[in-house]
Design a protein around this ligand. Sequence first.
Ligand SMILES: NC(=O)c1ccc[n+]([C@@H]2O[C@H](COP(=O)([O-])OP(=O)(O)OC[C@H]3O[C@@H](n4cnc5c(N)ncnc54)[C@H](O)[C@@H]3O)[C@@H](O)[C@H]2O)c1
Length: 342
Amino acid sequence: MRQKILITGGAGFIGYHLARYLLGTTTAKIVLVDNLFRGRMDGALKELLKNHRVTFLNLDLTDARAYLRLGSGYDHVYHLAAVNGTGIFYDMPHEVMRINTATVLYFLEWFRKKNSCGKILFTSSNEAYAGGLSSFGQLPIPTPENVPLVIADTYNPRWTYAGTKALGELFMIHCAQMYKFRGVIVRPHNFYGPRAGYNHVIPELSLRIAARVEPFPIYGATDTRSFCYIDDAVRAMVLLMESTKTDGLPIETVHIGVNEETPIRDLAEKLFEVAGWKPKKLQIHDAPQGSVARRLGDVQKIKNLVGWVGEVSLHEGLKRTYEWYAEHPDTAMKGEKIKVFV
Ligand SMILES: NC(=O)c1ccc[n+]([C@@H]2O[C@H](COP(=O)([O-])OP(=O)(O)OC[C@H]3O[C@@H](n4cnc5c(N)ncnc54)[C@H](O)[C@@H]3O)[C@@H](O)[C@H]2O)c1
């Protein structure tokens, strides 16, 4: 029988690319769920929905009644729906708390009752452990999965998101343990690529380059991140979902990312190179309060488990991404204000 796969947050960045990848590599029926809070019903998604194997449900997963329309008996469920994007954490931290917690709570309840043979993948974040880096400073870099999860400052809105991801991990681990379902927690480390929205560092830099902004501002220039191209990222998620090595209890938590630390200033320089344009003057600004200076996930575990390593070089990934943003200079992303945070 044909596999049934559900992707929540399916209109968003990762969800859309994941659905495309699964369409190309499986014969499964794919259901995408999203309330279009941030994802968009744009040309790319409409094109995807022309495939008879894909269905789209416009549902708000913070509403308990929505679950009556989700159906049951999915083989694989990718639970990605959440409010994401650093600017949003500062603009509406209370909504980040409400939405990211309610969607996990209701979703796991639905999953365990309606999908007795299914397996679930939950997207946490590297933000979940980032507070430990800024608070104690002595965590190892690259940072492995098993470090403490720390909320560095409950008064800084930035940490609301990290709090919901830490809670999500706890829900996943202990519900799986209690109800004996299969699952895996992944922590994405700065996935990037086309159609990622406009409220992330690479889209923001790309749009400013395409608009030839002078002088050219760079925020948090010395902060470092590791950037993982979206095609590699969704391949990693599917490998983890399909592997029997992630079927046991307690469920595994796995970093997805690349072992390459890039300062934001170098990232901007690489994008200038890709775009064939360089500003005459740079305006270097501090990162916002609460931004973590260095972040590099240890990605040895995913290599050991499923043999995955990122294959797309930063240069190639930035080239593909810049070209997409140069062709799609639309800054009117619903629910987003354009800010320039890492
Ligand atoms: N992109 C990254 O590098 C990254 C890093 C760390 C964690 N993550 C996590 O991965 C997941 C997907 O991230 P993304 O980059 O695709 O983000 P995204 O914002 O593009 O996608 C999330 C989708 O969830 C939808 N959504 C939000 N609230 C909803 C609700 N109540 N009901 C239904 N749908 C709802 C949004 O409309 C959006 O389309 C998120 O959980 C995010 O926190 C992503």
